[in-house]
Write a protein of this length. Structure first.
Ligand code: HEM
Ligand SMILES: [Cu+2]
Lengths: 575, 196
């Protein structure tokens, strides 16, 4: 394969084997999906801010869902279901893991490509149909799936339950199968690449924390997603072929008794959350890795407690398989089993705190350079601490019985998973954009983007804890149907306005991202004067990444402010 | 864009990388994923077998025929692999063909088991154990089909002279996968006959 030929458009941009191009393909897909997911979020907030108010112009877009301009409850449930699904899987998993993982791993470990470039191409082209199917499901009879991103049966298991339980739910399950297939192939590729393709001198304990995170994420994906595949397959049988894996006896839809017998809806919850909790860490761990790398660079200091950071990633990865029951405290599980899950859940707070403190020790007394990237990385730390603290409330079953299925939970996971995941992804884009496109993003626009996003993000999600604490249930279509929730309407209105601001703020990013590709200042090879290995490549590395030999790694990637050196950093690749 | 692609050797040219190790690790991780898939099915099976509507199921005799075929096929594939390392490509091809035939025989025998159940009035949706029987044998069969395809590809590659014993690890990888699916079947049989 080492002879040269002009690559055709198709082999370069479409069926490319180059990990960097595949990473960018994932980027494009994830950003498109994220944009759609964002629009869905705005529509959700429109209903909660102005319950059942008519918006005649929206009828043109959604003739059934917004008939005469008023959002139907059926459409509302589809909206939050698809918002969650798209954001969790198609944005926050695809962008940081598949996008940045593919782009960065070979650059950071000194490899010419991933271990299995063909499999890599295949895994991208497996997720594309998944994404298309998920989007198409909005336009089928009955609309998109409407059982939440967790797809709990019986709602998801009986085709006639509600409109979205029909074709929409089927397409959801099929789309997820494609996603699982793609993501497990990707995880396998990550693990093999990291274990086998490191350049000379790049020992495991010299890997940047981003790559460490992707390594553990690869293992988590490979081991947890099959459980979802198994569950989704059994659910399809229940839906279409009359089995009763998840469906109990005695379910009536209207006046019709369903033929199912003896199935266990809780079984689905176990299978789902066995995937679901590792999945939230699949989203969180890369954000943690980006934050570590970026903070070290802009604080001009080594990351504090590198080894403990690595062990914390492994501990979080391991524990994440043992805590799924904390999503099921109110499912009638035995209190003894419940307390076991409390113990494992709260144990995660320990490695999480290790990470948070190490970041703080890295920042403290440093003369930190405030760039868009470092601001977003600081945002990750802030959101992670806020969300982690609410996790401790929820992880204690006695408290969770009150808070379960309220907006408190929505607040919690939007801070820790969605927020930290999103801010991590933004930090990473601002930081690695020069390597991706050979040009710099505008720092001015980046900072505007950061401040709008940061302030609006807290404004949207912080009050949700209060709403939940006051009893507003999650997934409710119109809180005003309950008298005791009506006084909370001003808070909901405030959140909706903040959500609009948040959405508008993202346009600064999109503008910056696309315009800088052509007009941004040309980037040097190492614009941030970072010690990390990926910066040893030319400004815009070609296929194969290094011209000539791959450099050796001589030290770890955090060699900043070493005494006795002229410069304040010593790159990994310099002898 | 155009300047960037013009240089540098293509992927995986690095001589330090041991492709054998890379491929094996990839395969083992893939098998780990498949193991988790069946672990999830097993846990669902165990949970469901505690239900009140759980009905025992007499396994059709055909599953024992399947078992004999799949055990034999592992033996014949081992013969193929050894002939391959010994450089006897012709013998390799014949043993490959025998193994693929045994694999197809296994699949047919499984279909036979399905038919026997249907004739006895037991269908996919009859009761939870029958549902699991059809799903587990079906998903396992899909993995066997993958193995048969791999064998046919090997056969064709050998026939076209594309396989070189000193270079190619593909027969060994296929053998690992094949033995794994065989072992998986024994495991599923044990679950189906011993649990519930
Ligand atoms: C200190 C660590 C954490 C603890 C103790 C914790 C605890 C919990 C608990 C008990 C719940 C269930 C609440 C309920 O439904 O009643 C929950 C929900 C959730 N957590 Fe966490 N959590 C922690 C960290 C995280 C992290 C790091 C993430 C993601 C990166 C995350 C993402 C989520 C999500 C997405 C949900 C909601 C799932 C849903 O029902 O849709 N959590 N958390
Ligand atoms: Cu969880």
């Amino acid at each position: 394969m080492d002879h040269h030929h002009e690559q055709s458009f198709v082999s370069k941009y479409i069926f490319s084997f180059d990990h960097k191009m595949i990473g960018k393909q994932y980027f494009t897909l994830a950003m498109t999906m994220g944009f759609i997911g964002g629009i869905l979020a705005v529509l959700i907030r429109l209903q909660l801010g102005f319950p059942s108010r008519p918006w005649p112009f929206l009828e043109n877009l959604f003739p059934t869902g917004m008939a005469s301009g008023i959002m139907t409850p059926e459409f509302y449930v589809s909206l939050f279901t698809m918002h969650g699904t798209i954001m969790v899987f198609f944005l926050l998993s695809l962008l940081p893991v598949s996008g940045f993982g593919n782009f960065l791993i070979p650059l950071q470990i000194g490899a010419r490509d991933m271990a299995f470039p063909f499999l890599n191409m295949l895994s991208f082209w497996t997720v594309v149909p998944g994404a298309i199917i998920v989007i198409i499901s909005f336009f089928v009879e009955g609309g998109a799936a409407a059982s939440g991103w967790t797809a709990y049966p019986p709602l998801s298991g009986i085709r006639s339950a509600i409109p979205g339980s029909g074709a929409g739910q089927t397409l959801w399950l099929v789309g997820m199968m494609f996603f699982v297939a793609s993501f497990t192939m990707g995880g396998l590729n990550f693990v093999v690449t990291i274990l086998n393709l490191r350049t000379k001198g790049l020992r495991l304990m010299r890997m940047p924390l981003t790559t460490w995170a992707q390594f553990v994420v690869g293992i988590l994906g490979l081991l947890s997603f099959p459980a979802l595949a198994a569950g989704a397959l059994l659910l399809m049988f229940d839906r279409s072929l009359g089995t009763s894996f998840f469906l109990p006896a005695g379910i009536f839809i209207g006046d019709t008794l369903m033929p199912h017998e003896g199935g266990s809806p809780l079984l689905w919850q176990h299978l789902f959350w066995f995937l679901g909790h590792p999945e939230v860490y699949i989203i969180m761990l890369p954000a943690m890795g980006f934050t570590s790398d970026i903070l070290a660079t802009f604080c001009r200091r080594p990351i504090f407690g590198y080894r403990s950071m690595v062990y914390a990633i492994m501990a979080i990865g391991t524990l994440s398989f043992l805590v799924w029951g904390h999503h099921m405290f109110v499912s009638g599980m035995s209190p003894f089993l419940g307390s076991l899950f409390v113990v494992t859940t709260l144990a995660i707070a320990i490695p999480s705190a290790v990470k948070a403190f190490n970041w703080l020790f890295t920042i403290v007394k440093a003369r930190i350079q405030f760039t868009s990237a470092s601001l977003f990385a600081l945002g990750v730390v802030s959101l992670f601490v806020t969300g982690g603290l609410t996790g401790i409330f929820l992880g204690t079953n006695a408290v969770d019985i009150q808070l379960h299925d309220t907006y408190f939970v929505v607040g919690h996971f939007h801070f820790i998973m969605a927020g930290a995941g999103l801010f991590g992804a933004f930090a990473a884009v601002y930081y690695w954009y020069p390597k991706m496109f050979g040009r710099m993003l505008s720092e001015r626009l980046g900072k505007i983007h950061f401040w709008i996003t940061f302030v609006a993000y807290y404004a949207v999600f912080f009050p949700m804890h209060y709403l939940g604490h006051s009893g507003m249930m999650r997934r409710i279509y119109d809180p005003n149907v309950y008298e005791y929730l009506a006084p909370l309407q001003p808070v909901n209105l405030f959140i909706t306005i903040a959500a609009f601001v948040l959405f508008i703020g993202q346009l600064f990013f999109l503008w910056n991202y696309f315009v800088s590709m052509r007009r941004g200042a040309p980037a040097e090879a190492n614009p941030w004067k970072s010690a990390g290995f990926e910066w040893s490549t030319p400004p815009k590395p070609g296929h194969g990444n290094w011209e000539g030999e791959i450099p050796e790694a001589h030290r770890w990637p955090y060699e900043y402010a070493a005494p006795g050196r002229k410069r304040d950093y010593t790159p990994q690749w310099e002898a | 864009m155009s300047t960037a692609t013009a240089s540098a050797p293509a992927a995986a040219a690095s001589s330090r990388v041991d492709r054998r190790l890379v491929n094996r690790l990839g395969l083992f991780l893939g098998l780990g994923g498949i193991t988790m898939l069946f672990a999830a099915f097993t846990s669902a099976y165990i949970v469901r077998s505690g239900g009140e509507d759980w009905t025992p199921l007499e396994l059709p005799g055909a599953v024992w025929v399947s078992t004999i075929l799949i055990v034999l096929s592992s033996g014949t594939l081992e013969m193929a692999r050894r002939r391959f390392t010994g450089g006897a490509l012709g013998a390799f091809r014949s043993w490959c063909a025998v193994t693929a035939a045994l694999g197809v025989g296994f699949l047919l025998s499984q279909l036979n088991a399905w038919e026997a159940l249907n004739e006895a009035g037991v269908y996919l949706q009859s009761h939870p154990k029958s549902s699991f029987f059809f799903v587990l044998t079906g998903v396992h069969g899909a993995h066997m089909i993958g193995g048969v395809i791999a064998l046919l590809v090997l056969f064709a590659a050998a026939a076209l002279g594309r396989l070189r014993p000193e270079r190619s690890d593909a027969p060994a990888l296929t053998a690992i996968y094949w033995h794994f699916t065989g072992g998986l079947w024994i495991y599923l049989l044990a679950v189906l006959s011993l649990l519930g």
